[in-house]
Structure formats: C-alpha cells, structure tokens
Design a protein. Structure first.
Length: 325
C-alpha cells in the first residue's frame, strides 16, 4: 500500500511539473484570436482592433481580430464560449450578448456567467440621446414635458430590442412617467440617417458613435446617461440633472473574456497586459476622443462589476416585460 501511495504521489508530481512549465510558457509561438462579435467599423470593433494591436506588441505574438457578427453579438460570444480553454481564444464582449441576451432571448445557448471567464474591463461609455432637427425640446427636461403633452406619439430609435440603449429609455420613461414609441433598428448608421431625416423623433447612440456627429453639428444631443457630464461632450447635460431623473446612470461597456476553464495563470497574465495597454497615453487619448473611459482592475473586480450590471438589467427587463422574438 505504501509503495502504491508513493508511486501515485510521484506520478502527480511529474504531471504537475509537466503542466506548470506549459502554463508558464504561454503564449507560445502561435497567434491569439480575438473574436469581435460585431461587423467591422463600429465602436466595439474599433476598440477591439486598438487593444489587439497593443496587446500583440506587448506579448510578442500576433493577435488576430476575427469579426463574427450576428444576432446582436450572440453568435460570436457563443463561438468563444465553446472554444478550447487554452488561452488562445479571446472575445471582446459587451453588455448586450454578455449580460442582456440571456434575459430577453430564450434561444441563447450559452450561460455567460458559467461559460466565460472575465479577464478585464476595457471601456465604459454612456448613451447619448439625440433629437431630430426641429424637435421642440432643448434638453431632457423639455423632452419630458413634450412627451407628457403628446403621450405615445414621440418615437425613439435604438439598435434593437433588449439592447442597453433600449433599456436606458425604458428606465427614463419609468422614472419620468412618460410613454414613447420604440423603433428598433439594425445599426447606428440607419439610426443617424432617420433622425437626421426626421423619420424618427429621437435616436440613441453610444458616445463613441454620437460624439463626432454632435461636435460636427449634424445632430443635437439632449442628454447623456452617465452619472455626470462626459469630457467629450461637456455642454450636454447628464440625465440625472433633470429632477425627475435624479440618480439616473446606465452605461455601456466592453471587456475581454476567455472560455471558462482557461488556466488562472493565463487569465492573470492577460489581465496584467491588458491593464498595461489601458494605461498607455495614446490608448487613453484614442478612447477619450470617442467618449469612452478606459477600464482597469482585476478579473475579480470585473466579475463583481458584471454581477451588479446584470442585476440592474434583470430588473429593467422584468419591469418592462422585454422579450426578443
């Protein structure tokens, strides 16, 4: 019996010695793939490409951006959730497919909390409420007054049912006691065109998309959904400055995830390198120009952040009875 125990212990020690160097040698001479679950050109894609380039320079390995769009990001996240947990597949997740999709769509075939491991929060960015030319409201308070005088007649466009843009307006309507009509679109370009053309009264875009339009005078911003005004749009009031919306705060976010079961040492190394990227002055400037704030912190802090966000989204979805067909 003693001999068998000693033999087993020796085998375990040998296995550990083999496994430990393998983890320590990550990344080996092979590229990493960063799945981006949206089409090229949007704010999530732009952020992902910036991060991928800088991460590649730091770790000395190529980081290939793989755009896999569809179902509001669900297809790309599903691919990542079922990828090998070896540290060579990452995904640039964001609020929709990570925290909201499972709440509003029973067809989602992954559990983000169980199937993915959070690595690092990359950005947070508020939503901007934009008005069509000629809308007789100069800010959110004016909009609330207009909506009360015309219940159920004003329309607002978002990038889809169950997106954070949609949830933000549901919270606004609930707190202010008004009713607007939701018009879901497929993307930001369509929203911009139809707000400009007056086909819809209002449109919601993330600051990274809205900031250039507002600065160029193409569209008028009524408010931002962050707790305070954002540096990229200092003249645009926060929703919470309106008495009916005191305490209002709802932001979008992006973050890097890996498949659950990825070695903890790899997750910690990725977190350390991504935090170093987010401290780079040129990266911070690029993000700030688009109205995004760089993230930071440990994987554990990111997991706690996700838990709080999910609880907020769950309350909104339940209260507004939001479901995707």
């Amino acid at each position: 019996m003693l001999k068998r125990l000693l033999a087993s212990a020796a085998a375990l020690a040998a296995a550990f010695c083999i496994a430990a160097p393998a983890a320590a040698q990550w990344p080996q001479a092979r590229p990493l793939t960063l799945i981006v679950p949206v089409s090229p050109g949007g704010n999530v894609d732009t952020t992902a490409r910036l991060i991928a380039q800088k991460l590649s320079e730091r770790i000395g390995q190529a980081v290939i951006v793989d755009n896999l769009a569809g179902a509001g990001g669900v297809l790309g996240v599903a691919r990542a959730a079922h990828a090998p947990a070896d540290g060579y597949t990452l995904v640039m997740g964001f609020d929709g497919p990570i925290s909201v999709a499972g709440l509003v769509n029973p067809a989602v075939k992954y559990d983000a909390e169980k199937d993915l491991a959070p690595v690092a929060l990359i950005t947070t960015a508020p939503v901007v409420l934009l008005a069509r030319p000629g809308l007789p409201a100069g800010d959110v308070a004016g909009l609330i007054g207009l909506a009360r005088s015309q219940p159920g007649s004003l329309t607002y466009a978002t990038s889809g049912v169950g997106t954070v843009l949609h949830l933000a307006m549901e919270v606004m309507q609930d707190q202010a006691g008004v009713k607007l009509v939701h018009v879901p679109y497929r993307g930001g370009a369509q929203i911009t065109n139809d707000v400009l053309g007056g086909q819809v009264d209002l449109g919601l875009l993330v600051t990274t998309s809205a900031t250039p339009l507002v600065r160029q005078g193409k569209l008028r911003a009524l408010g931002v959904t962050s707790a305070a005004r954002v540096p990229s749009l200092p003249d645009v009031p926060a929703f919470g400055e309106t008495p009916e919306l005191k305490g209002f705060e709802l932001n979008t976010w992006t973050g890097v995830f890996v498949p659950a079961g990825t070695p903890p040492g790899v997750v910690q190394t990725l977190n350390r390198e991504l935090n170093a990227v987010l401290r780079m002055e040129d990266v911070r400037q690029r993000l700030a120009e688009g109205g995004a704030l760089p993230g930071a912190g440990t994987p554990e802090a990111f997991r706690a952040f996700l838990g709080k966000e999910q609880a907020v989204y769950a309350r909104i979805v339940e209260r507004a009875h939001i479901r995707q067909e």
